[in-house]
Design a protein around this ligand. Structure first.
Ligand code: SF4
Length: 750
């Protein structure tokens, strides 16, 4: 059979690598890195190369399935789409009618951020469900960064990214891009870019309790105690003020409020005061600050380790405070804001002041946790399902998520899901979470979907745009994801199982067009929306909305206003992507705070500093603490059913320092029991000095041995669920993000 080649952006992680797909007919047989991709230049990791195995995985759901019975008695039956929607239509509205819209909870997993249909039509599904009980993977991941960016700059995705390709000095905290390939910093081949930084004479410093692969490639590794990044960063701020080296730079100075407040807040956090808690000596802390201040350009970048801790928002905020105080925010080589081609809330309109962000507009029913950006902490889900009363969750909709493995106290959530009245999942697997669903609606294969990284291009280290068209048509038994979402939403709205899908789809794009023509300064301001809709008439689904966003975006053709501008047609003609250039300064245009300025000392963050001071005064605790671990071949919980990615040396092991092993009589390879206040797991141990003494590390996303889980390969490499150990009641106060790092544990031979 003759081979054909197609190009598409990898949908599996945040790096957005260009793939060269080799197909025989419609069959994907080989994946290579696309050397002509304007952003990734041929880079490919093992996950991208394994895409054919993922597409061909025999355990993937190809048709909807309906469950009968529960637990050990559960049986699953493949059904046609009509029957699946009929079951949902019979049971989901019944829950809403009897108990109200908040009786339905929603959980959206991480793959949604990479999925155009989810980003465009998923919102409509949420609106149709009309529930306030919305949970996502954000609150076990990056919510602190969204909160700090929202408060400082006025929008949750106005997150500065390190200008890796031009910086002279990069300090990374709690991130391991050699394994993760980057996060909240879209940069294909980030390891290669870090090596290029060092090759041109730049300096790379990694702050992490583990000597990660990234740390091994750095000029310096600072082995901090887990959960103390905010203290270390505050001490660096203290040093900058004490040295008189605070210099915001002429580009930024007049746009920043709150510098004096930050100086006063930093007063109690002298390097000597925080050193014992951080496990980093005071001279090192001072030197870290001075090196940053002295570098021609520098950036501080914090990621998941700085978010999934007790002071996640403070740590995330302080990362950008240091960037501001050293004059590195919003200048080449520093920490900069992307100007994305589509989907940004901070382009195309008259700049600041804006409305800013509002947090805590309501609180969760059981424990009173504040919402952030329309969602409650994922850690609240189980109690909202099991605690009786008005607003109790009695049905769940999950979309591409496996919160039993991904969120705190997974065992409690597992039990809670088993007691629901009804559950429907959009997922490609029957996994630890979806095994509780009454109906699973399978998303179609990657090759049938168009792809554009609407969310991730907002955080890219270059301005780029790349659209991948579907490689093949849907088979008769497959349904487009956007259509699944529209149909589900229609059922929730009481519109039955045969809604006018195209009318709903058109309405979504019409809303975007209406906004664009009324937005001051937009390239279609004042135009007739009907004329614009007419130009989009040949498109359907997410592509229709994407074309509207591109054409009305900062590089857009304005529907003819700029013939050289971007449109979806232009991206279709450029299968390797369009490079829109290096990042450019965006202050003040990007600012949407009510003051129209950078808020260096937002009120709610200032109020939270007292909590950090109290923690600093706490007596040091003996014993071990648990942190997580990334692996290049894992993608949270969901790629463990691809044999080529899991075979070989076991990866779900506990890393234990030799001194801690000797103190407990534990030998390498033995099975140990790890116990926390929440639960216990038995896991093989790897003795290694890559963790600092007092710290143990266990990767997340494992534990595939549950009853009813249909993951044949993953079951053979099951591992244990690290979230059995993480407590549901430990949250970062401001963002509601789960505390997954720094958990007190005991380790003993099993
Ligand atoms: S780094 Fe990420 S985007 Fe690139 S090939 Fe690997 S999984 Fe795909």
């Amino acid at each position: 059979m003759t081979r054909r080649v197609a190009y598409r952006t990898c949908p599996l992680c945040e790096a957005t690598c260009g793939l060269e797909l080799h197909l025989e007919g419609d069959d994907l047989v080989l994946v290579r890195g696309d050397r002509d991709d304007v952003f990734s230049r041929g880079f490919l990791c093992p996950k991208g190369a394994a895409l054919p195995k993922l597409e061909h995985d025999p355990d993937r759901l190809r048709k909807p399935v309906v469950r009968t019975g529960r637990g050990a008695d559960a049986t699953w039956r493949e059904v046609e789409w009509d029957e699946a929607f009929a079951v949902i239509a019979e049971r989901l509205p019944a829950v809403i009618d009897a108990h109200g819209r908040d009786a339905v909870g929603v959980y959206v997993g991480n793959p949604g951020a990479h999925n155009l249909a989810s980003l465009v039509h998923g919102r409509v599904l949420l609106q149709a469900l009309g529930t306030t009980n919305v949970f996502t993977a954000s609150t076990v991941d990056q919510m602190p960064k969204q909160v700090s960016a929202g408060l400082m700059f006025g929008a949750p995705l106005s997150i500065p990214v390190p200008d890796v390709d031009r910086t002279d000095h990069l300090m990374i905290l709690g991130a391991n891009p050699y394994e993760s390939n980057g996060s909240l910093c879209t940069a294909p081949d980030l390891p290669g870019r870090l090596e290029a930084l060092r090759a041109r004479g730049g300096r790379l410093v990694v702050v992490d309790p583990r000597r990660t692969r990234t740390a091994e490639h750095a000029d310096e590794h600072v082995a901090i105690r887990p959960g103390t990044d905010a203290l270390l960063l505050f001490a660096m701020v203290h040093t900058l003020f004490a040295d008189g080296s605070v210099d915001l730079g002429p580009h930024l100075g007049e746009w920043v409020d709150g510098v004096e407040v930050v100086r006063d807040l930093a007063a109690p956090f002298a390097p000597e005061a925080v050193a014992p808690a951080c496990g980093v000596d005071a001279d090192t802390i001072r030197r870290l600050a001075r090196e940053l201040a002295a570098a021609p350009t520098a950036a501080v970048y914090g990621r998941i380790g700085t978010c999934t801790q007790e002071f996640g928002t403070l740590a995330s905020w302080l990362v950008d405070v240091v960037n501001v105080l050293t004059g590195n925010l919003d200048r080449p080589g520093g920490a900069m804001f992307t100007l994305p081609a589509a989907g940004s809330s901070t382009t195309g309109s008259v700049p600041a002041p804006g409305r800013g962000v509002r947090l805590g507009r309501r609180t969760s029913r059981v424990r009173g946790a504040p919402e952030a950006f329309g969602e409650y902490p994922a850690a609240c889900m189980a109690e909202e399902i099991t605690t009786p009363g008005d607003g109790q969750i009695r049905a769940m909709v999950t979309i591409a998520g496996n919160p039993v493995l991904s969120t705190p106290d997974g065992a409690a959530l597992d039990r809670a899901l088993a007691g629901l009245d009804f559950m429907v999942s959009i997922d490609i697997y029957r996994n630890e979470t979806t095994r509780h669903a009454d109906v699973i609606l399978p998303a179609p294969p990657v090759l049938t979907k168009g792809h554009y990284d609407l969310a991730l291009y907002q955080l890219a280290i270059r301005n780029v745009a790349n659209y991948s068209p579907p490689v093949r048509e849907h088979a008769a038994h497959e349904m487009a994801e956007w259509e699944i979402m529209v149909r589900l939403g229609a059922i929730a709205m009481g519109m039955g199982t045969e809604p006018d899908v195209d009318a709903i789809d058109t309405m979504i794009t019409r809303q975007l067009v209406d906004k664009a023509v009324t937005r001051p300064g937009s390239n279609v301001e004042g135009r007739d929306p009907e004329e614009l809709m007419e130009a989009l008439a040949t498109r359907r689904g997410p592509e229709k909305a994407l074309d509207a966003m591109l054409r009305t975006g900062p590089y857009g053709d304005g529907f003819g206003a700029d013939p050289d501008g971007l449109s979806l047609a232009v991206l279709e003609a450029n299968p390797h992507g369009v490079d829109l250039g290096p990042l450019v300064p965006r202050v003040p245009d990007i600012l949407r705070t009510p003051s129209g300025r950078v808020e260096l000392a937002p009120e709610s963050i200032v109020a939270d500093v007292a909590r950090l001071q109290t923690a600093l005064a706490r007596p040091a605790r003996d014993g071990l603490v648990l942190v997580g671990r990334r692996d290049l071949r894992s993608n949270n919980s969901w790629m463990h059913n691809v044999e080529v990615l899991v075979k070989g040396k076991a990866r779900c092991t506990l890393h234990l320092h030799p001194d801690d092993a000797a103190a407990r009589g534990v030998v390498d390879g033995a099975t140990v029991r790890v116990a926390s206040a929440s639960g216990a797991v038995d896991v093989p141990v790897e003795i290694t000095d890559t963790v600092r003494p007092g710290v143990v590390s266990l990767p997340h996303g494992w534990g595939h041995d549950g009853e009813g889980v249909a993951l044949g390969v993953a079951r053979r490499y099951a591992g244990v669920n690290s979230n059995v150990l993480t407590p549901a009641d430990a949250l970062d106060a401001l963002s509601g993000n789960a505390v997954l790092n720094g958990i007190a544990v005991e380790v003993a031979p099993a």
